[in-house]
Design a protein around this ligand. Structure first.
Ligand SMILES: [Zn+2]
Ligand SMILES: [Zn+2]
Length: 168
């Protein structure tokens, strides 16, 4: 009994030590490699929201997203008290193309509350989706107004504010 007890631990210690040390070296190395590939999943999650983003927002015309024309009030309406008049959208698109420069829409359709808020007249065409305020960086109000008239738009230039009101 004494011999067996003293021998067995010694035999066990010797073989165990060499076996564990190489095992420890390989084991940490292996988990690290899978750990690195674990990084791509976050990248996938990044690309997932990207695909979730509206890659193709609803376009009013080739150069304008419909969202650029929606009511910019802070909650009086859902953004679309009425639809934008297609004829207006087409003429603004033509205006944009005639200058070959980005045109910024500062106001499209307005709900009644928003129209009052910005001091619009009660009969404003903005409330019917038949008017928009816009400017074109690098183009003077006068030139932009003249171009808008050429596109068949009725124009009200606001020289001091730097934009024009167009309507159909
Ligand atoms: Zn509104
Ligand atoms: Zn206006």
């Amino acid at each position: 009994m004494l011999f067996l007890k003293s021998l067995s631990p010694k035999r066990a210690e010797n073989p165990i030590i060499p076996e564990t040390s190489p095992a420890e070296e390989t084991e940490p190395a292996t988990p690290e490699k899978p750990g690195e590939p674990a990084m791509p999943p976050p990248q996938d999650s990044d690309s997932a929201p990207a695909s979730t983003e509206e890659k193709a927002p609803l376009m009013a015309t080739p150069h304008f997203a419909m969202a650029e024309y929606q009511c910019d009030c802070t909650g009086y309406c859902d953004g679309w008290p009425c639809a934008m008049a297609p004829e207006l959208l087409e003429k603004i698109e033509a205006l944009r193309c005639s200058f070959g420069r980005p045109v910024i829409i500062t106001s499209g359709v307005r709900c009644a509350a928003r129209n009052e808020e910005v001091g619009g007249v009660s009969w404003s065409f903005h409330k019917r989706g038949c008017a928009a305020d816009l400017y074109c960086p690098g183009v003077s109000v006068g030139d932009l107004a003249a171009g808008a008239k050429d596109c068949g738009l009725n124009v009200l230039p606001y020289y001091s504010s730097g934009y024009i009101h167009v309507e159909i």
